[in-house]
Write a protein that binds this ligand. Structure first.
Ligand code: GDP
Length: 362
């Protein structure tokens, strides 16, 4: 699961990225996370882990994680090579979803690239650049498809149809995600890495004085997101970076004094996870309790493959119970005795909150 942070310069992207990654996961759990400086790993907080830990003793509790890529360099003209141009575009094509940071804080000392704080104007500037980039991709793919379609190649004909379908909204300044596409069409769009086809979560970077995002600047972002069926999470970048530096009890105290239950970044990570259509199952034992993120709809063998490829190939069955079973019966043994431990096979579709032991013929 990977999300990319986009936004105009000086809206608080780096501040939020740094706070996210400072507060984030232990690098030791994710050996590849620290290779690139603009990639961070963020925990997805899940209160159920604590519940499970109340019944199963271990020293290691590992939440699900989200990879976050800081994609700098989008300015007006980025799609035609200004700013970092194509470099950022190739990064952004690979992510699963986009966190669009919008400046909703007013501070005379911090310059705004367009001279004024204007969330909708900012969103439109970014959207235009992304749509232009997609138009280029769609344009050249369409040329290619039409050329091969002339020989009567059915696949190319179908491909050209889908590309034409994508071209229309882009020309009207609308994102490809506004189209109603079927599964095959979506697959093609994904293979092209169209940026405006990706889901977007708006991150409204708010003033310290408007921590809950009740002010008018956030409201316009909410109205905008509602039109696209999207979500807005208000985050005060400045405050979050202070919170991330504190950690532990000091952080709790500061949160309490502000009347907050958790850092806004925790909410952000969870919302991003939801946006991507993921849910979690758990493995729990003496060695570790761990949440594993999988797309909704995955089968038990696919879920096993999330742990290790070999587990998917040699999958035999899964022993499954739920967090509720554990709360009610307290031990796995008691769950079994109560007849609540299910044996599931290859066709089983995983449910959110399943606690699983996979059996494989390794
Ligand atoms: P980027 O160019 O989008 O990465 O923006 P930065 O993260 O570098 O932030 C630009 C400036 O805005 C920095 O001086 C930050 O300290 C400041 N800034 C970021 N978030 C906030 C915020 O929530 N409130 C205020 N007042 N300033 C912020």
């Amino acid at each position: 699961m990977e999300v990319g942070i986009v936004g105009l310069p000086n809206v608080g992207k780096s501040t939020i990225f740094n706070a996210l990654t400072a507060a984030g996961a232990l690098a030791a759990n994710y050996p590849f996370a620290t290779i690139e400086p603009n990639v961070g790993v963020v925990d997805v907080p899940d209160p159920r882990l604590k519940v499970i830990h109340g019944f199963i003793k271990t020293d290691k509790v590992i939440p699900a994680a989200l990879r976050v890529v800081d994609i700098a360099g989008i300015v007006k003209g980025a799609s035609t090579g200004e700013g970092l141009g194509n470099k950022f575009l190739s990064h952004i094509r690979e992510v699963d979803a986009i966190l669009h940071v919008v400046r909703c804080f007013v501070n005379e000392d911090i310059m705004h690239v367009d001279g004024k704080v204007d969330p909708i104007g900012d969103i439109e500037t970014i959207d235009t650049e992304l749509a232009l980039a997609d138009m280029e991709t769609v344009g050249s793919a369409l040329d290619r498809a039409e050329r091969t379609a002339r020989s009567g190649d059915k696949e190319s004909i179908a491909r050209a149809e889908v590309l034409k379908k994508c071209k229309a909204p882009l020309e009207a300044g609308l994102p490809v995600r506004s189209l109603d596409l079927n599964a095959d069409e979506r697959k093609l769009v994904r293979s092209l890495g169209l940026i405006t086809a990706k889901k977007v979560l708006y991150v409204a970077n708010v003033d310290e004085a408007d921590m809950h995002g009740t002010g008018p600047l956030v409201q316009v972002v909410r109205d905008r997101a509602a039109k696209e069926g999207g979500t807005v999470v208000p985050v005060c970048g400045k405050l979050e970076s202070e919170l991330a530096e504190l950690g532990g009890d000091d952080q709790k105290e500061m949160l309490q004094s502000m009347g907050l239950e958790e850092p806004a970044l925790a909410t952000l990570a969870r919302e991003a996870y939801k946006l991507l259509g993921y849910h979690s199952y758990f493995t729990a034992g003496e060695i570790e309790i761990r949440a594993w993120d999988i797309p909704v709809g995955w089968t038990a063998p696919q879920a096993a493959g999330r742990i290790h490829g070999d587990l998917e190939k040699s999958f035999i069955k899964a022993e499954v119970y739920t967090v509720e079973d554990l709360v009610k019966h307290k031990t796995e043994k008691a769950i079994k005795e109560a007849g609540r431990l299910r044996l599931e096979g290859k066709e089983y579709i995983m449910k959110d909150g399943d606690i699983v032991h996979f059996q494989a013929g390794l």
